[in-house]
Design a protein around this ligand. Structure first.
Ligand code: HEC
Length: 176
């Protein structure tokens, strides 16, 4: 008899404990606020959805680049210490080391997303949106994708067609 009654008893105890728990929580952690979530909710989709307000030009990006990026990425994005090349000529072989923004990246808006979330390497998420737009414009000019005077913002950046836009085989057509 004991073995048959035990499950029901355990069940009652668990349900009872659950109810008590809900009524009187252990007060661990703090409730997450919308502002907390906004700081992490920064994904920009290929079509530009998620791009924030703000704007920037290459002329505004140049001094920022010299100050915050050139130490690792070199003058004009030609490579510094051990970091990725940001601007290079056309790809001439399958050597991954030749990849840069203008010759490889298929979507312009990814550049904004990447810089905002990951750069500068030692201090990610410290740039303002205006600064990220300016650096994006500067790197697009270095890669000869846009003209010197073009303003990058949530409206213009998604319209920039990257040279290698059609160089990828899309695994799931219609999804990019
Ligand atoms: C302390 C060194 C350092 C600094 C400063 C730095 N970066 Fe980087 N950056 C890197 C490294 C390392 C990578 C490669 C990361 C990887 O592949 O995971 C990288 C990658 C990148 C890439 C991607 C390149 C590609 O084609 O894969 C971009 C774009 C970029 N950085 C932009 C910037 C910008 C803009 C700044 C200035 C705001 C900056 N970085 C400052 C070290 C740095």
């Amino acid at each position: 008899m004991f073995t048959r009654k035990l499950p029901a008893l355990v069940c009652a105890l668990v349900i009872g404990a659950g109810a008590a728990h809900a009524a009187d929580s252990p007060n661990l952690g703090t409730p997450v606020t919308n502002a907390d979530i906004a700081a992490w909710d920064i994904s920009v989709l290929p079509d530009g959805r998620g791009l924030p307000g703000g704007s920037g030009t290459a002329a505004q990006g140049a001094p920022l680049y010299a100050q915050k990026c050139a130490a690792c990425h070199g003058e004009n994005g030609k490579g510094g210490t051990a970091s990725a090349f940001l601007a290079r000529g056309p790809i001439t072989s399958i050597n991954g080391g030749e990849r840069a923004i203008g010759n490889f990246w298929p979507v312009s808006t990814t550049l904004f997303d990447y810089i905002r979330r990951a750069m500068p390497w030692q201090a990610p998420k410290t740039l303002t949106n205006d600064e990220v737009y300016a650096l994006t414009a500067y790197l697009l000019v270095l890669n000869k994708v846009i003209g010197e005077g073009e303003v990058m913002n949530a409206d213009t950046l998604p319209k920039v067609k990257m040279p290698n836009r059609d160089g990828f085989i899309v695994r799931f057509p219609g999804k990019m």
